[in-house]
Design a protein around this ligand. Structure first.
Ligand code: MN
Ligand code: MN
Length: 308
């Protein structure tokens, strides 16, 4: 590979990231400003995903609409009639991809002012983390800034949720950016590599840890090994063609499949370990959680916050 090709490729890739980031930011700000009281989680997910498509990109994962003590990984079921009320704290986590290059960003909305400081602490922790982030720094130093910022405001970070590196068609690409200061193994942020920073915050009486809940409504293909059942294999091939390694929801399959049939295929594929079902993540003491998230790319001279 020549230098010319290397930089040419780098620029194409950055264009994709910037396009994805701009759309993700626009859609997130739209979701922040809107009043969601009375809307169902189904309506919120579908409307945000359609805003992404309208702008010429695709959702990188089903919009996560996690309420109150659910920290992450809930998306609407096809007939989801859970409605947002004025005491809810709702994390809206949005992924946009352009040719597989992903922008990952989140906002927390709430309508009861008693949660404003909690939501604010996630936002402040994110902006402090972004302010210190640069190429070649230790990821654990970002964790320290996030933890200190949250603690100073009288709250608690969720210690087993973290930011992450991103690769083409891969949301969690192997490197974690902690939300707390961690001893020992850390790594240095590589220049020209995409990362997401996402502080999750709970109250002092929270456990500061999330556990897996029973609900699983986000899926991802983990293996394309044939099942020998023609119908299931055709379904798997179709899902692969549409989403590759990116997560998907049952809602997204109902254009082509009957709900009952699609559920059946997914169940078979989960049992055969072709598909992974992501459980919702719930705060250990069932306390309220807030989140904020940006995706950024550090270079040797500056950092590009693509979802700003
Ligand atoms: Mn996210
Ligand atoms: Mn993320």
């Amino acid at each position: 590979i020549t230098y010319f090709n290397k930089f040419y490729h780098m620029n194409l890739l950055l264009d994709c990231y910037q396009k994805a980031g701009k759309i993700a930011a626009e859609v997130r700000e739209g979701a922040r400003k809107k009043c969601h009281i009375g809307s169902t989680l189904f309506q919120i997910c579908e409307s945000i995903e359609s805003e992404i498509r309208k702008r010429g990109a695709a959702p990188a994962f089903p919009v996560n609409v996690s309420l109150n003590d659910i920290a992450a990984h809930y998306t609407a079921e096809p007939d989801d009639n859970i409605a947002v009320n004025d005491t809810d704290v709702l994390k809206i986590d949005i992924g946009v991809h352009v040719q597989g290059y992903i922008a990952d960003t989140a906002v927390t909305v709430c309508y009861d002012p008693k949660y404003d400081t909690l939501v604010r602490s996630a936002e402040v922790a994110l902006s402090e983390a972004i302010r210190v982030a640069k190429a070649n720094m230790k990821a654990s130093d970002i964790g320290r800034v996030i933890e200190t910022t949250i603690s100073k405001q009288g709250f608690r970070p969720i210690q087993n949720l973290s930011g992450h590196s991103l690769e083409q068609y891969t949301i969690h690409a192997g490197r974690s950016i902690p939300n707390i200061w961690t001893i020992g193994s850390s790594f240095n942020l590589a220049p020209n590599q995409a990362y997401a920073i996402e502080p999750f915050v709970t109250t002092k009486d929270g456990q500061g840890v999330v556990h897996e809940g029973k609900i699983r409504n986000i899926f991802g293909i983990t293996s394309r090994k044939p099942t020998k059942d023609k119908e299931v294999d055709e379904f798997l091939a179709d899902v692969w063609n549409r989403f590759k390694t990116l997560p998907f929801a049952l809602r997204w399959l109902l254009d082509k499949y009957e709900e009952k049939k699609a559920r059946q295929y997914i169940e078979i594929l989960i049992k055969r370990r072709n598909v992974h079902a992501y459980p919702i993540l719930v705060e250990g003491n069932r306390k309220i959680v807030a989140q904020a998230e940006h995706t950024f790319i550090p270079s040797d001279s500056f950092i590009d916050i693509i979802t700003l």
